[in-house]
Design a protein around this ligand. Structure first.
Ligand code: HPA
Length: 280
């Protein structure tokens, strides 16, 4: 597995950012997008696009998971200059949370003040159905791998003894705007609590049952490290989850990756126009 030499240093961020700037001089993105499941096709809707494969940017991790591309796309959606990460590195591939969130650090340094992120999840709330788009309004971190553990970062953002503030990482105003647009587009955008596991295994029935008791509405394997970092960097964050399979703890069903990809493809027809309007 490819590994980063110096993943956490401020120098690594500067090196990557100056490489990106060189490829698109004078471009200042305002919104960072992490195009996980359900949003991959948004990359093709970015106007005036410059596509940089992750492999061409120093220090960027590369994803090997089916359904995830590996490009940074710079361009515009509506009036908004955006920097989109088409494909993410997952912790279950072996990347540390510092490595997995490294591209987001670079986008923040490039000037992004807002983050919009998507993922696929298993629905735990029995009211959810496969293919449903949900706005995440809270999360439970069962990955328990913080992107802040690296020694090198302690100095740039934390006073000695200070802890990270993390009370409300999802921007309620952005959620309300997204809900209003969803109604215009003809669907209801529910909200829910997302529980993140390290993966890569889907849950046993006993685990789905346990997560219900913990208060989760959806379960997935990403997003929490990115949102934690965005929150610490002061970025406004909006996160969407595509429910690809609804957990039925009392009926033996098996979650398949192909099913997850299939439902997330279908949800794009709601989520992509929603984000296009939000940024216009
Ligand atoms: N569990 C965890 N992650 C997932 C699931 C699930 O059931 N479905 C899609 N991503």
């Amino acid at each position: 597995m490819k590994s980063l030499q110096k993943p956490f240093s401020v120098d690594a961020v500067s090196q990557s950012v100056s490489q990106i700037r060189e490829r698109r001089p004078g471009f200042f993105p305002e919104t960072a997008l992490i195009l996980g499941s359900g949003l991959g096709a948004l990359a093709d809707k970015i106007q005036d696009a410059t596509v940089l494969p992750y492999a061409s940017i120093p220090n960027f991790p590369t994803s090997h998971v089916a359904g995830h591309a590996g490009n940074l796309v710079l361009g515009r959606i509506g009036n908004t200059p955006v920097a989109a990460l088409a494909g993410r590195a997952h912790l279950y591939e072996g990347w540390s949370p510092q490595q997995a969130t490294f591209p987001l650090r670079c986008l923040h340094t490039l000037g992004c003040k807002t983050l919009i992120v998507s993922n696929a999840s298993g629905g735990i709330n029995p009211r959810f159905v496969s293919g449903q788009v949900v706005a995440i309004d809270n999360h439970i971190d069962r990955m328990q791998r913080s992107p802040f553990l690296a020694e090198e970062w302690r100095h740039d953002s934390l006073e000695a003894g200070q802890l990270y503030r993390h009370a409300n990482p999802y921007d309620s105003q952005l959620i309300a705007e997204a809900q209003a647009i969803a109604i215009e587009l003809g669907f209801a955008l529910a909200t829910g609590t997302y529980l993140a596991t390290l993966g890569p295994t889907y849950e046993t029935r006993a685990e789905y049952r346990m997560f219900t008791k913990l208060g989760a509405d959806m379960v997935g394997m990403s997003t929490v490290p990115e949102v934690a970092l965005a929150n610490q960097l002061g970025m406004r964050t909006l996160a969407f989850s595509i429910v690809t399979n609804v957990a039925k703890p009392d009926a033996p069903t098996k979650t398949e990756h192909s099913e997850v990809l299939d439902w997330s493809q279908r949800a794009q027809s709601q989520l992509i126009p929603l984000i296009q309007r939000l940024l216009s």
